[in-house]
Design a protein around this ligand. Structure first.
Ligand code: DGY
Length: 348
């Protein structure tokens, strides 16, 4: 019997993941129009017909046209990401498609990067490194490139999921004076660290460091809006490791240009990749990283393997190791304490 087709948007994945998939699927790598570019929606539409599944990352929007083009054999999207904002979840139900993601796998890598980015922004690594390399470092003076410390500061975390919680835990080493967080409900783990659940507005006004670690959805889009950005303390630093659209980027650019806030460290932005002529690129008080939160060798390998396992589970008609709470016929497969069961659920 011939193997079902799996369309992959990437081929440079960890070998164990590729081996697992090659054993059971006929792999087709999506052809892109330009060398080294991200496949466009049209590229995927051209390649996807007849596929059983799609192995993708968060860098490509999966539109309805893609799902239509895939055809009736299409059963699964394996997203090698925690976020699934690139997929319209209501379409999954409509087309009877299951979605797996890699929730929990990149937590530590992203939390570590968050702390690094926060310190790099607060202590001005970008400007100071450039000065050093361009001969600006002539002599030491006591007032040269002063930055901000974490000790005695108030840190506010917007979003207290796995990543927010891990960042908070790591901050425990830095002798901060107060931990504020915003979440839909009080988190016992945050309380144990002395964290205080507050509104976004209160968090924004009181924090010296604001870390955005919340999932992007229609309720959180632009959670850091213009008013909130302009109500930050003039010395405050904003770090975003969630998604670009959580922040009003135009307002943030203005605030940084006018030095209304101290700085921003962004691992995510809008759009990605950010055009070279974007005004953020010119700012010394903004450190930009190309969405590398989960980019450690080990994390990416584990993400690829889990994505492969999620896809294979659908082929074998068994519960995915990590399935997005997916609803077909108003039933939802959920996992609790390692046990899978169905509950009634509906997508709004
Ligand atoms: C994720 O896992 O969602 C990261 O942002 C990488 O896409």
């Amino acid at each position: 019997m011939s193997k079902p087709k799996l369309l992959m948007l990437h081929d440079n994945l960890a070998k164990p993941a590729m081996d697992m998939l090659r054993n059971r699927f006929h792999i087709e790598i999506c052809k892109t129009s330009y060398v080294e570019s991200i496949p466009t929606a049209q590229d995927i539409i051209d390649c996807i017909p007849g596929s059983f599944g799609l192995f993708c990352s968060s860098s490509v929007i999966i539109s309805e046209d893609v799902l239509k083009a895939a055809g009736p054999n299409f059963k699964v999207i394996g997203a090698m990401s925690v976020g699934y904002d690139h997929i319209d979840l209501s379409l999954l139900k409509k087309y009877g498609i299951r979605l797996g993601n890699t929730l929990g796998v990149p937590t530590e890598a992203i939390a570590e990067l968050t702390i690094g980015l926060l310190i790099a922004t607060a202590r001005r690594f970008q400007e100071t490194n450039r000065e050093l390399k361009t001969g600006g470092w002539k002599r030491w003076t006591p007032d040269w490139f002063l930055g901000l410390g974490l000790a005695k500061s108030t840190v506010g975390i917007i979003g207290y999921g796995n990543i927010g919680a891990s960042v908070a835990e790591k901050l425990g080493c830095f002798k901060i004076s107060e931990l504020l967080y915003y979440s839909r409900s009080e988190k016992p783990a945050a309380k144990a660290l002395g964290g205080k659940l507050v509104s976004v507005d209160e968090l924004v006004k009181r924090s010296d460091y604001i870390i955005i670690a919340i999932a992007l959805n229609k309720d959180t889009e632009f959670i850091m809006n213009r008013d909130r950005i302009f109500s930050m303390k003039p010395t405050a630093v904003l770090v975003n490791i969630g998604r670009g659209k959580l922040v009003d980027q135009d307002a943030l650019t203005e605030a940084l240009q006018q030095k209304r806030i101290s700085g921003a460290g962004l691992d995510v932005m809008t759009p990605e990749p950010l055009p070279l002529d974007d005004p953020l690129m010119k700012l010394d008080n903004c450190i930009l990283l190309p969405h590398i939160g989960s980019s450690t060798f080990e994390t990416r390998a584990s993400m690829a393997v889990l994505t492969a396992k999620n896809i294979l589970a659908v082929l074998d008609n068994i519960p995915m190791p990590n399935e997005w709470q997916h609803c077909i016929m108003e039933k939802c497969l959920v996992k609790h304490d390692g046990v899978h069961f169905y509950v009634n659920f509906s997508i709004h």
